[in-house]
Design a protein around this ligand. Sequence first.
Ligand SMILES: Cc1cc2nc3c(=O)[nH]c(=O)nc-3n(C[C@H](O)[C@H](O)[C@H](O)COP(=O)(O)OP(=O)(O)OC[C@H]3O[C@@H](n4cnc5c(N)ncnc54)[C@H](O)[C@@H]3O)c2cc1C
Length: 505
Amino acid sequence: MSAPLNAFVKQVQLALGDKWVDQRPETLARYGEHTLPATPRLPSAVVFPGSTADVQAIVAAANDHAVPLYPISTGNNIGLGSRAPTAAGQVVVDLGYRMNRILEINDEYCYAEVEPGVSFQMLHDELSRRGDKLMISATSGPPHGGILGNALDRGAGYGPYFDHFGMLCGMEVVLGSGQVLRTGDGSLDTDNLLNWHVSKYSFGPALDGLFTQSNFGIVTRSGVWLMPRPPAARSFHFIFENDDDLAEIIDLCRPLKLSNFVPTLFRVTNDLYALGTEARNPEYLAGSRSAISDTARRDLQKAHGLGAWQVSGMFYGASDAAIEPQIQRVRAHFERSGNARFVDHDQAMDMPPLRVGIDAMTGRPGILELGMLQWRPGSGNSWFLPGTPMSGRHAIELDHLGRQIFARHGMDYIVMHVASARFARGLHVLVWNKDDADENARADACYRELTVEFAKRGVGVGRAPVDYQAMHMEQMMPALQDVCRGIKRALDPNNIIAPGKYGIL
Ligand SMILES: Cc1cc2nc3c(=O)[nH]c(=O)nc-3n(C[C@H](O)[C@H](O)[C@H](O)COP(=O)(O)OP(=O)(O)OC[C@H]3O[C@@H](n4cnc5c(N)ncnc54)[C@H](O)[C@@H]3O)c2cc1C
């Protein structure tokens, strides 16, 4: 252990207690592993703060001894970096292990105040225990992912409260300098705060966004808005048979979101994304350089009652009967095309690929979608996250581009478009065998080519795996890079919080 690290460890042990600093080889190995193509990045230690004061003590020690930190909430960011730091040797600050308290649930204003370790599952379970009056906006990812970790990486759900960063209100942040900042109405200089978690915008600049997808501070708590659970919720689903039906789907979804007739986002999953819940690539052969064939895709679609694309959304209301006219309207809209096959809520409840969306849109965390990580053996997984304007013409052009690049690298094309009024985020999932060196290299090359080719067409990403963040930052205009560096110097002068994360040094 180097002298500065040794001094850091001693200082943190003194402040937190010996047992909250872990340097056992098995712990370092567990925190260093991830699903991306690169080799593991082992931290030099993992520390477990129990309070904001502990986080300040850790930041102070890091500043004193120039030891870089890497904060995580629950570290379930699978496919985007998991728990592993941006560089080997950083100290992981695992906030989730001890700072996992639900500090408040306010039924009147419908919000919770949570620490970073509060997972989707924990908050869901607590709300259920209190009578299920409020619901979280769930992802279809790991139920034990953190509400704050997800929102700080600007993750999203699918229901009306899908914008997880947008639903945060009033953060507490420890800056790299060690100062504690409250955002929004919490920034009033008093301990008697009335509006912290109900009013997002206060006097002065709105700073909350600075702490998402960055390395400017460590968030220690936040308010999160919750939707009252409606008495009834009914989903609708349409299945389209052909790959090129995507253009029509996007054009059909757009007006329903522009008018806000449909209150959820649309999940538009291709066959392999939907099938990931319950199927494995039947043609996979170790050492093969081929993606799954169209014939095998068609066979799987048939076997599972799916098509090339499935579209899902949901209505909420006072009763099933009250919702029915909306279902009929959306059905008439989609069926006009002649290409859409309707699947109703009750049928979809028995179809795991469609059930995933129902669970997420009703605020129920689930593990079904995690099945896609076993589509191929060997645990490789990364997510390329570009997007398209809500025009069929653009969507299909980008779809053809993505398909070709995946095929060129022998990767199976697994995609979901999450469609809103003007924009759809395209979740492109790479699943491969990390134990196969050639396949691992192809997954890496595929991600890089996607990044370059989509950017050439004016398309960036909404979030990125740790290994590719620097590459994405280099694609940004110099002014943005300069501003990020300037803010970093102002808020974290010794560069101790996750240097290099999101390409910010
Ligand atoms: C099959 C599958 C489906 C998925 N579906 C979805 C989905 O529907 N929607 C979605 O959004 N995601 C999805 N994900 C991605 C992911 O699992 C979650 O977003 C995730 O769990 C994030 O929460 P976390 O607590 O694990 O974050 P962490 O891994 O702890 O952290 C995420 C990032 O935020 C930073 N961070 C965390 N806590 C703090 C803090 N307190 N202060 C400062 N920075 C911090 C970390 O440094 C890291 O960069 C999916 C993943 C898989 C594998």
